[in-house]
Design a protein around this ligand. Structure first.
Ligand code: AMP
Ligand code: MG
Length: 418
């Protein structure tokens, strides 16, 4: 596959640094979807549409952290064993009636409510039994092995914030305060098209000169990972009317439209005139590599993203820019994908003045640290490079040179499409 020259779009407007573009998206784009109430069992990976306030303490009562014996610390000899009769047995889910009596120990199990008045629990491994008594060694601190009411969550506190993507632990926390449903944003309905006379669906034939459609599948996969409801709308031929009609129809019942291909400025790139007739289109000329201009616009009020046609460029521009738009429109607030420092197993000389992403796989060195190994072919059509890689080494705008052994920023694919 021939690769277009990097400078083929180097005309017209100034290049925009990536951070400026991302900041603009983060500042201007908000959730376009309503919220709905879902049961906890259906809330995984959804985006929270409310601030969740705890209606109760967690734990709701003081309780034992271990299996053992609950006592009143005052009853213990500071320097010698203490022998106490066992005054009762408290298992999880069952409360002792009345107060703990002075001079008595209580057999207690993990999670069982502390008997009122007792303040300290001995682990069963640390004591000896003698008939109906228990012999307790000296030296335990008052309050040992006791979990306090509200030590995890206090009634009235906001435990989860709107805009948070729900992982298993968030759902568990909501359950722990007694929530059985949560308000989440409705899934973003996203329509995906490919464009190009040469692009064919893999379930059919690809006559000479044609290629199979890779982008629609990578883009649909990325969108699904981000929690969208994806509609596969197939492949559009390079025809302004066909493209315009299809986008207009899709705009009616979708929250976002995606295309790939046809957004260069060649004669056969029909996205621009088609979208401009139906709304607006802006070519963002970002200082990034790989990446052609990415088109952001609106079709009859529905946001539109035109990704580049080259499969690697389509995926990388999606992950690094379009992803932020998708998440924002879906209601997510924290949209930053973290980078991790790994060692470069390569040297690299970039052009500088643009953000560059190098496809790399991680390998564990003998010292246990990870180093990044570059994929040898870096063409923006080489999809095998994405398959062979674990993520992207991010080369900053100011960082023209990377020396082998240096620490570099690594952006794992798992962070970009969790
Ligand atoms: P374009 O942006 O339409 O000029 O396309 C750039 C390159 O990407 C060309 O080599 C296209 O054949 C290729 N391409 C476009 N769409 C797809 C697709 N859906 N799957 C794989 N390759 C594509
Ligand atoms: Mg094309």
């Amino acid at each position: 596959m021939t690769q277009l020259k990097d400078d083929c779009f180097a005309h017209g407007d100034e290049l925009t640094p990536l951070d400026v573009a991302l900041e603009q998206l983060e500042k201007t784009v908000e959730a376009v979807v309503d919220t709905e109430e879902v049961s906890l069992g259906r809330a995984l990976a959804r985006i929270l549409g409310e601030n969740v306030k705890a209606e109760r303490h967690v734990p709701p009562h003081d309780n034992s952290a271990v299996d053992g014996y609950a006592v009143i610390h005052r009853d213990l000899n500071p320097d010698a064993d203490t022998r106490l009769p066992i005054g009762g047995r408290i298992t999880a889910g069952h409360k002792l009636d009345g107060l703990a009596k002075q001079g008595q120990a209580y057999r207690i199990f993990t999670g069982a409510p502390m008997p009122a008045g007792a303040d300290t629990v001995f682990m069963q491994e640390d004591v000896r039994l003698a008939g109906d008594d228990v012999i307790l060694p000296p030296g335990i601190k008052a309050g040992a092995n006791r979990r306090f009411k509200g030590e995890d969550v206090e009634t009235g506190s906001v435990i989860l914030g709107r805009g948070k993507r729900l992982r298993p632990q968030e759902i568990g926390l909501a359950a722990s305060v007694g929530r059985s449903t949560l308000s989440v944003y409705k899934r973003l309905r996203v329509a995906v098209f490919s464009t190009g006379d040469e692009v064919r669906d893999p379930d059919g034939e690809a006559p000479e000169g044609c290629i199979f459609d890779a982008n629609r599948y990578t883009i649909m996969g990325l969108l699904e990972r981000l929690g969208c409801l994806v509609t596969d709308l197939g492949i559009l031929e390079d025809d302004e009317t066909v493209i315009g009609d299809a986008l207009k129809a899709a705009a009616k019942d979708h929250d976002l439209l995606f295309t790939s291909g046809g957004v260069s400025v060649g004669d056969e790139d029909h996205i621009k005139p088609a979208v401009e007739k139906l709304g607006s289109l802006h070519f963002w000329r970002l200082a990034i590599k790989p990446g052609r201009p990415i088109a952001f616009g609106q079709v009859a009020g529905t946001p539109f993203v035109g990704l580049p046609g080259n499969p690697v460029a389509a995926m990388v521009t999606f992950m690094c820019i379009a992803r932020v738009l998708v998440l924002r429109l879906s209601g997510a607030l924290d949209v930053t994908a973290p980078t991790y420092k790994v060692r470069a197993a390569f040297s690299f000389k970039g052009k500088g003045e643009r953000r560059e992403w190098l496809r790399a796989r991680l390998e564990k060195d003998t010292d246990g640290d990870y180093s990044a190994h570059l994929y040898p072919a870096s063409g923006s059509g080489v999809l095998t490079s994405m398959v062979a890689s674990d993520g992207l080494v991010e080369v900053g705008e100011e960082q023209a040179q990377i020396n082998e052994g240096e620490l570099v920023d690594f952006l794992p694919f798992t962070e970009m499409c969790p």
